[in-house]
Ligand binder design. Sequence first.
Ligand code: SAM
Length: 280
Amino acid sequence: MAQIDALPPLREVIATHGLSAKKALGQNFLLDLNLTAKIARQAGDLSGCDVLEIGPGPGGLTRGLLAEGARKVLAVEKDARCLPALAEIADAYPGRLDVINDDALAINPLAYLTPPIRIAANLPYNIGTELLVRWLTPDIWPPVWESLTLMFQREVAQRIVAPPGSKSYGRLAILAQWRCDARIVMDLPPEAFVPAPKVKSAVVHLTRLPAPRFEADAAVLSRVVAAAFNQRRKMLRSSLKGLHPDIETLLVSAGISPTERAEQIGLEQFCALARAFAKA
Ligand code: SAM
């Protein structure tokens, strides 16, 4: 196996620093540095980019990102036990790794970085969707980041890339695909992690589009999509009736049959509906 850097193997790092995995922090570590370098490569050309990593843990992906040429990595880690291991990586890559010991949900680390910015992470599963939704809903578009390369439970990854008509299609697919290209770039079995989680995982790569695929007000689109998928088995004339007194006319004006269900409606139609609501 090729060495990616001169630092000790991750099993040794974990033993030296007593990093027994904590379930409450979603700690499932990647210990194969060739695998973490491969994930880092999925993030695109890192040279000349600042990279935000959430949850570096013992630093396997961090080392991959640095070895793949990131200009700078800013890593946000809640577990203070990981700091000595991360300090060793910072010493091996002078001036290229900064670590913030905090809860990623409590701060805005993007404010500390210089564009171009990419985000890459093997996310703690309990906060992954919340962070993704935050990154996908900035105040203005395009956002400050170029791309997101993120590990999720495979079932969540499928919800992000799902096409209309599929079982996984819903709010997350629309939110992600409205303003990004989203694809699953790697599948990982539970055994890739220590300890092995119960579920399969996948890496999703999202590239921001310069502008939304179809025009719509973000808040209106979000409200319509939320109401439509809250009752996904119902016809739209019924699931959306609380949003407008004459929902049937509004649906027809957006080119949608009132008897269709949310899961059959594509992005373009949802955006047309959001525009009709905004005008009504
Ligand atoms: N990136 C490492 C790897 O691939 O081996 C660790 C991944 S592990 C799935 C998730 C990491 O996120 C853990 O190191 C955990 O301590 C950290 N973490 C959990 N909740 C966090 C939070 N709210 N903010 C920042 N880090 C968090």
